[in-house]
Design a binder for this molecule. Structure first.
Ligand code: SAM
Length: 220
């Protein structure tokens, strides 16, 4: 299988476990990679779309035949055993991810990759008693993905800026993140120059400048 850098990065965040749930699995690539690396004894793959789930069922057929993988067509965690050790939810909006966790259950370990609204996911996790162990942005060409690995426990002392941009992005920034942040600041300045400046834009520029300063101090 041709594994994408995103899938490889997600799977590298998984801890070895007895039970994994891949919620919104679609093709099932993440679970396949987890099984191939020996990261889980068994897995539940779910999707709200029966057609999407069928793709995973085809890909994971040998593991399903062995009884190591169970597929469930359901909304969020509805069909997932509540004692599942580790849950992966990737490629969905952050608000959807928060809704799934709120309606379902809070497992010991989570790996999340929200397509948008990552700050809402970080805030939810911190308030729900998770330690955000790795919280960064993966850059792949022109695309980027926010990835959060969390486990039950005390947090690392998140500032509002960490919640907005990701703790590890600010504390140990990659050059790609520093470039992205600088680009955001330039775009914000350009918008302010074109249109009449607004309090919201001024606030955003101040926040971006603060983040740029912190990133510059911590750049490897
Ligand atoms: C973009 S795909 C991501 C697939 C895979 N998780 C990945 O990251 O490669 C999003 C998948 O989430 C599924 N999905 C969306 N909302 C869902 C929900 N509430 N419960 C379960 N699956 C959902 C969609 O049907 C779709 O297959």
């Amino acid at each position: 299988m041709n594994e994408t850098p995103r899938v490889a990065a997600l799977v590298s965040e998984l801890a070895p476990c007895a039970s994994l749930a891949d919620v919104g699995c679609d093709h099932g690539y993440c679970t396949l990679a987890a099984l191939e690396r020996g990261l889980c004894a068994r897995a539940v793959v779910t999707d709200i779309s029966a057609r999407s789930l069928q793709k995973a069922e085809r890909l994971l057929a040998p593991y399903i035949a062995q009884g190591r993988v169970q597929s469930v067509c359901c909304d969020g965690l509805a069909g997932v055993p509540a004692d599942t050790e580790q849950v992966l939810i990737a490629g969905m909006g952050g608000e959807e991810i928060v809704t799934i966790l709120t309606r379902g259950f809070l497992p010991p370990r989570l790996v999340l990759q929200p397509m948008k609204n990552a700050p809402k996911v970080r805030r939810f996790l911190a308030e729900a008693g998770y330690r955000l162990e790795h919280d960064y942005t993966l850059f792949v060409g022109r695309k980027y993905y926010d990835i959060v690995r969390a486990a039950r426990g005390e947090n690392r002392g998140y500032s509002p800026l960490d919640l907005r941009f990701g703790y590890d992005n600010l504390k140990s920034p990659s050059p790609a993140f520093a470039r992205w942040l600088e680009g955001e600041r330039e775009a914000c300045r350009a918008r302010m120059a074109q249109a009449k400046s607004s309090p919201a834009l001024e606030e955003r520029l101040a926040m971006l400048s603060e983040a740029c300063d912190e990133t510059l101090r911590n750049l490897r």
